[in-house]
Design a protein around this ligand. Structure first.
Ligand code: PRP
Ligand code: URA
Length: 209
């Protein structure tokens, strides 16, 4: 089963609490999300493999670790996932970015795909799917279905806030994918919003409501 890593570092928790506040502006919300993404990225990448490389320092030759893989892809689920990209790119400026566009139908709460664009050869890359909210889990599970259908195997998921229902769906449909999250909240409400959550992440990032 996919492991759930709850990254409740005090700096992450404090920033998340500020994001939850209803009176936090879009400008601050975006800034906090970017900062949290840097902090979470440190843990999401912790198990990246290294291999020894021979290096000449100004003093002598030596053998030191370098990343084993060279092809990494950050995949935001549009729109809200975009808010987590810059923070991860700060840690991994060499990463590629692929996009999956999904929105939730307001009646059924099921995801509808409207965009898909990946770097060539994405199936050979280490993939981090990012989206602040894991509510029913439908959007993340469908996005990962799509990547797997194209041959991707090395996938991890980074969310800010999850509902237990979303975690359960992901573990059922993608037991090979580890989930990294800053908090697992209490439940979903009747509109499939996370409670207590932080509202509509896309609207809060982009100031659309
Ligand atoms: C939000 C969020 C996730 C999805 C989570 O996106 O960013 O993608 O809902 O819900 P789920 O786990 O129940 O699928 P939304 O559909 O509101 O689109 P947006 O990012 O364009 O606002
Ligand atoms: N999408 C959001 O943006 N927020 C939620 O709480 C659930 C889905």
């Amino acid at each position: 089963m996919g492991e759930v890593h709850v990254l409740d570092h005090p700096l992450i928790s404090d920033k998340l609490t500020r994001m939850r506040r209803v009176d936090t502006t879009s400008q601050d919300f975006r800034m906090l999300l970017r900062e949290i993404s840097v902090l979470m990225g440190y843990e999401v990448t912790r198990d990246f493999e290294t291999i020894p490389a021979t290096v000449e320092t100004p003093i002598c030759m030596g053998t030191f670790p370098v990343l084993k893989e060279s092809f990494f892809t950050i995949v935001p689920i549009l729109r809200a996932g975009i808010g987590m990209v810059d923070g991860l790119l700060e840690l991994m400026p060499f990463a590629h970015v692929g996009h999956i566009g999904l929105y939730r139908d307001e009646e059924t709460h099921l995801p509808v795909e409207y965009y898909y664009k990946m770097p060539e050869g994405v199936e050979n890359s280490v993939i981090i799917v990012v989206d602040p909210m894991l509510a029913t889990g439908g959007s993340a599970a469908d996005a990962i279905d799509n990547l797997k259908a194209r041959g991707c195997t090395n996938i991890r998921l980074m969310n800010l806030v999850a509902a237990p229902e979303g975690v359960a769906l992901m573990q059922e449909r993608h037991p090979d994918v580890d989930i990294y999250v800053a908090a697992v909240d209490e439940k979903l409400n009747k509109n499939a919003y996370i409670v207590p959550g932080l509202g509509d992440a896309g609207d809060r990032i982009f100031g659309t409501k």
